[in-house]
Design a protein around this ligand. Structure first.
Ligand code: GDP
Length: 413
């Protein structure tokens, strides 16, 4: 794209103050800081210009309008800058995903993980694995191509297989991460469950410190699952309130009930809320799950009734007066910290990464299991392994996944 060349183009990469005028009329639109960034060392690899305007809506609109009237100019589509950066080889696919995660990161731990991915933690590792694979492959191909020539060493297969075995071990080690990277992206899901009127919505409100759920003195007024996102000590925690989950004759509601149950049952932790005076009416569901018992409404207990303090995982609270809630929050925060235990070394943050690495490992396993004299077979499996790593970085077979990944970007940059 070619813009009319202004008489005084700023120095590359130097901010310059320029008066912006409407093409044709010469009306002054704004005094702006202008940056001229010639490619290829730019975000997208292409020539770029930046206009830093005074932030008013009308100023921005007027300048965009004037730009839009220039031939060949149009607003970028969602994710287009990143897409171009990817297509021009400035970012590999794992970095693009890291950038998407960075934009959506809600907590500090998510931000740090996204940043590592954006800066190429997985991409660079995958590239070095691929280089080593290609090295091993070259040994085997040399063996195949020059097998009759006397000066080619007999044992090229041995070193190639040794390299493949080392690689396999590193990849398997990477995959033994208890899915912590994916977990951190998704957050810890905590379902609040228990009999009607026990105070589940009230507790959720307390925890969220805002009026997120409808609190009502009548049983079962919350229709759907209410979801609140919390940042506990830098870790993402999603609270689900299933207060309104109850049987219904309406097929639409039945479907809602079914979904609500399924979500709550898939939760990582259940807070089972009961009224402190009416303990013992739990229906036994979720027994096998990780479940904490919360005795609510302790403000209603007669002062002489000492609440039974049970061992671990049982909390005495009042959602009304807030008593005991801080202790529950602290326990949740420390549970989240244990649950994520995220290390600098976590490489896999998406199912897509895991799948590609499993495919790589499977091909390496097949290569290692091949009979020793079957060089062609070994070479083919190593090629498949390299291809799976190429897929991970978005170098090959990307057409069908690109739209899915770039659709996640809802911003134009
Ligand atoms: P849910 O059906 O389990 O979601 O229960 P709600 O949160 O809607 O609460 C039911 C009723 O109990 C409401 O009238 C709340 O104000 C009341 N409630 C909730 N928590 C407490 C509490 O800790 N103490 C007292 N006294 N009342 C509470």
């Amino acid at each position: 794209m070619r813009l009319p060349r202004p008489p005084t183009l700023p120095e590359p990469r130097r901010a310059a103050l320029r008066r912006l005028r409407k093409p044709g009329t010469q009306d002054v639109l704004d005094d702006a800081l202008v940056l001229w960034l010639p490619g290829p060392n730019t975000e997208t690899g292409e020539d770029m210009a930046e206009l830093h305007l005074h932030g008013g809506r009308a100023v921005v609109a007027a300048v965009l309008d004037a730009l839009g009237k220039l031939p060949g100019l149009r607003p970028a589509e969602a994710g287009e800058f990143t897409r171009r950066a990817f297509e021009n080889g400035r970012l590999d696919l794992t970095a693009v995903e890291g950038l998407a995660d960075l934009v959506f990161a809600e907590t500090e731990a998510q931000r740090a993980q996204a940043m590592r991915q954006y800066r190429g933690l997985l991409g660079e590792r995958a590239e070095s694995w691929r280089q080593r694979l290609i090295g091993a492959l070259a040994l085997i191909e040399a063996r195949i191509d020059f097998s009759d020539e006397a000066d080619v060493p007999e044992d090229l297969i041995g070193p190639a297989l040794r390299a493949a075995r080392e690689l396999l071990e590193e990849i398997e080690q990477t995959l033994r991460d208890a899915h912590r990277g994916e977990r951190l992206r998704e957050g810890l899901v905590v379902a609040i469950a228990g009999p009607p009127n026990a105070g589940k919505s009230s507790l959720l409100n307390r925890l969220a410190r805002r009026e997120a759920a409808i609190v009502s003195p009548y049983a079962g007024t919350t229709r759907d699952v209410i979801e609140v996102h919390l940042d506990l000590g830098g870790y993402p925690v999603t609270l689900l309130d299933t207060a309104g989950v109850r049987e219904s004759d309406d097929p639409v509601e039945q479907e809602g009930v079914r979904r609500a149950r399924a979500r709550a049952e898939a939760a990582d932790l259940v807070l089972w809320v009961e009224e402190a005076g009416k303990v013992g009416v739990s229906d036994g569901r979720n027994e096998s799950k990780n479940r904490w018992i919360v005795h609510n409404k302790i403000d209603l207990l007669h002062p002489s009734t000492t609440p039974v303090v049970e061992s671990g995982g049982t909390f005495q609270i009042s959602a009304l007066t807030s008593k005991g809630v801080d202790g529950l929050v602290a326990a949740l925060a420390s549970y989240a910290a244990d649950y994520f235990q995220i290390g600098e070394s976590i490489l896999v943050t998406r199912q897509r990464h895991r799948k590609a690495l499993h495919e790589t490992a499977d091909a390496l396993n097949r290569a290692l299991a091949a009979p020793a004299d079957q060089e062609e077979l070994v070479a083919e499996e190593l090629r498949l392994a390299a291809r799976a790593l190429g897929r991970l970085m978005g170098r090959v077979d990307v057409e069908d996944i690109l739209d899915v990944i770039f659709r996640d970007f809802c911003i134009g940059k």
